[in-house]
Design a binder for this molecule. Structure first.
Ligand code: PLP
Length: 388
């Protein structure tokens, strides 16, 4: 079969491939600790599940308007505005099946061949994939451990050209757990205004923050009209399988993004949207409890990794990932990730799954029980000892 040329430019998310390999090993009787997949291991809060079931029973089983049901768009505008100290109108909100489609639609709507898009590297792999897919030029801004994986704003400035159409930022960040400081974000905003560039800010981990307050670039002068916020329910409410996220954007962009929704999925499942209203308007206690548990696990995994000779692990400030340096162990990071999976049954991701600048690192998700994290740590320790 002859595929369209653009298919050769489409990347992927290795997490799903590693998960499949780990499952295949399990099917053969191996025991695997899963630190590869980026989803909370908690249940969706009960009141949210109840609202979804009640919505199904009361007939929320039909199409909804493409940008979402009015009550959810309104709840998102209120809740997200309050969280960021801003005022949003419901007309700025487009609800999608997960936050991921927002990346897809924003790239389709804004970037074309000849345009340049600056994105974090290592970073969520779908940014680079989608930039390439639409035929734009992907311009990486490297994240380095010595800057706690915050992008270097001076370096970012040097990457801007007259063709730069969009800057993507992500804080708290996947895969590093890095968090941009207010001063970094302020300077990025100044650059965006000065050079007339749009910004897509992926804030999907904004609730999973271990110190300080979440700062959105949308709060800085001149940014309201050039910011697309990507957020969603997957991480904060442990709702990955429900598939629901959203974009908050200038109202002038909403018709285009809504039309992309109409052309692709029509709408987000209507009963799921009702559950979303319950998530935002109900108790936030489950979110806080989950973050506190992640905080305990973060200490276990960071201390445990740093105790293994040859591994160095920085303390992440947000999300539920660590990004330890394993580059001194004599193998490239992909080989080391394969070795850990095959030899000792620990599934992790190579840093290069998140871009070339991830070489030398692994991403481990600590969305797993402390007992499993300890099991994984002692297996990694054993695997490293065998290499000596
Ligand atoms: N953005 C980042 C940085 C992510 O890590 C993820 C999921 O892993 C997403 C967006 C998309 O999440 P979802 O489509 O499940 O809402």
């Amino acid at each position: 079969m002859k595929l369209a040329g653009r298919m050769s430019r489409l990347g992927t998310e290795t997490a799903f491939e590693v998960l499949a390999r780990a499952r295949a090993l399990e099917a053969k009787g191996h025991d695997v600790v899963h630190l590869e997949i980026g989803e909370p291991d908690f249940d969706t809060p009960a009141h949210v599940v109840d609202a979804g079931v009640a919505a199904l029973r009361s007939g929320y089983t039909h199409y909804s308007p493409s940008p979402g049901i009015p009550e959810l768009r309104s709840a998102i505008a209120t809740f997200s505005g309050k969280k960021r100290g801003l005022t949003f109108s419901p007309e700025q909100v487009v609800v999608t099946p997960g936050g991921k489609p927002i990346m897809f639609y924003v790239m389709l709507a804004l970037a074309e061949p000849g345009d340049e898009v600056i994105y974090p590297n290592p970073g969520f792999p779908i940014y680079e994939s989608m930039i390439n897919f639409v035929g734009a030029k992907a311009v990486p801004t490297p994240l380095r451990e010595e800057r706690e994986f915050r992008l270097d704003v001076e370096e970012l400035e040097s990457l801007i050209t007259p063709r730069t159409r969009l800057i993507i930022i992500n804080s708290p960040q996947n895969p590093t757990g890095g968090v941009l400081e207010r001063s970094d974000i302020h300077r990025i905003a100044e650059l965006a205004v000065q050079h007339d560039i749009m910004v897509m800010t992926d804030e999907i981990y904004c609730d999973i923050l271990y110190e300080g307050e979440h700062v959105s670039i949308a709060t800085f002068p001149g940014m309201a009209e050039r910011t697309i916020i990507l957020d969603g329910f997957s991480k904060s409410y442990a709702m990955t399988g429900w598939r629901m996220g959203y974009g908050i954007m200038p109202t002038s962009l909403v018709p285009s993004i809504s039309r992309l929704v109409t052309n692709s999925v029509s709408c987000t499942a209507t009963f799921v949207q009702r559950a979303g209203v319950a998530a935002l308007e109900g108790s936030q206690e489950p979110v806080l409890a989950m973050v506190e548990e992640f905080r305990r696990r973060r200490a276990v995994i960071v201390d445990g990794l740093n105790a293994i000779p040859g591994i160095r692990c920085a303390m992440p400030k947000g999300a539920f990932y660590v990004f330890p340096y394993v580059g001194g162990l004599g193998m490239d990071c992909r080989k080391f990730a394969d070795y850990l999976l095959e030899e000792v049954g620990v599934a992790t991701l190579a840093g290069t799954s998140f871009g070339a600048h991830g070489e030398g690192y692994l991403r481990l998700s600590y969305a797993n029980s402390i007992a499993n994290l300890q099991k994984a740590l002692s297996r990694i320790d054993e695997a490293v000892r065998r290499l000596r």
